[in-house]
Design a protein around this ligand. Sequence first.
Ligand SMILES: Nc1ncnc2c1ncn2[C@@H]1O[C@H](COP(=O)(O)OP(=O)(O)OP(=O)(O)O)[C@@H](O)[C@H]1O
Length: 349
Amino acid sequence: MSGLRFEDVTLRYPGAEAPALEGLTLDVPAGQRTVLLGPSGCGKTTALRIAAGLERQGAGRVLLDGAPLDRLPPERRGVVLVFQDQMLFPHMDVAANIGFGLRMRRRPAREIAQAVEAALERVQLSGLGARPIGALSGGQRQRVALARALVLRPRVLLLDEPLASLDAHLRGEMQALILDLQQQEGLTLLVVTHDQQEAALLGQRVGLMLKGRLRQLGPPEALWQRPVDAEVARFFGARRLVEGVSRAGVFDCALGRLALPEGAPEGKGHLMIRPEGVRLLPGAGADGHAARVVARQFLGRQSLLTLDLGGTCIEALVAPEDAPDIGAALRVALPPEALWPLPAPTTQR
Ligand SMILES: Nc1ncnc2c1ncn2[C@@H]1O[C@H](COP(=O)(O)OP(=O)(O)OP(=O)(O)O)[C@@H](O)[C@H]1O
């Protein structure tokens, strides 16, 4: 497959108890956006640093279009990393920052000037080449860092938390810019983030990492809706898992026998009930499950209800105007698409 490939890559920093990265096997297909998602310290940055040649793995290989990269120095890999904190040179203006890598490669001045102009345009900073770095906003600085990488015409572009330092408005702009650039130019992107929403937005495929290991890889929808186990489900916010057994399309548990979506894994374990999929039923019919509201939390666009279904608590997300009062009795439906069984063994805390 063309693109970047990590093959069973492990790295343990000297003196560390556990490896920062353990047996990472991951394909980053050419022309696509792949995201590594995970909490702080799970090894995401380490993976990028190894691909860029800034860190040497203890075991495993990194390949680009099938050719091993490990013996190549960073500048000859065609893999360029944009750092989380940008690492711009404060004493140089914008154009000098963007042209830095090309100057190191001893490209002719004319070619550098042209490439810098083109890169400024690509990141929508035309006309700002002579600005000192100190006179830029956080969002503009992030664009300069991106332009500095783009002039090198990377075969793979690695972005470490590209939006972490930006406020909500600038994040949206930068996200749109990254998506546009990637689509127009067919860039091969590997993005690292701890932010679930960012991963869903930027990733055509998302890999979830926990404690140095890749735990699940797939389209964002699959990770959110069909986590492989309870630990992954908990990362995505699942808090109230229901014990039981999945068999022949049904989950047997304290809530009764609940119909599961197609393809659900079988066996003993837990059931994840996605709060956004729980439906409050109108009227006092006999459908669904009897429930009582035990907590209600206003989250802005939605309200989170904690519902007691005969001793088993679940959560439901509803529009704030539809949120019943604490103590209210109601009936709820648990449609199959809101459910997903998580086979044991689980790491319960
Ligand atoms: N140079 C280093 N020397 C020793 N340990 C390190 C070094 N760099 C990272 N680590 C440790 O390795 C683990 C993985 O770090 P890494 O930076 O890859 O995680 P991360 O998922 O990118 O987290 P963050 O988003 O906080 O940077 C952490 O426990 C970290 O403390």
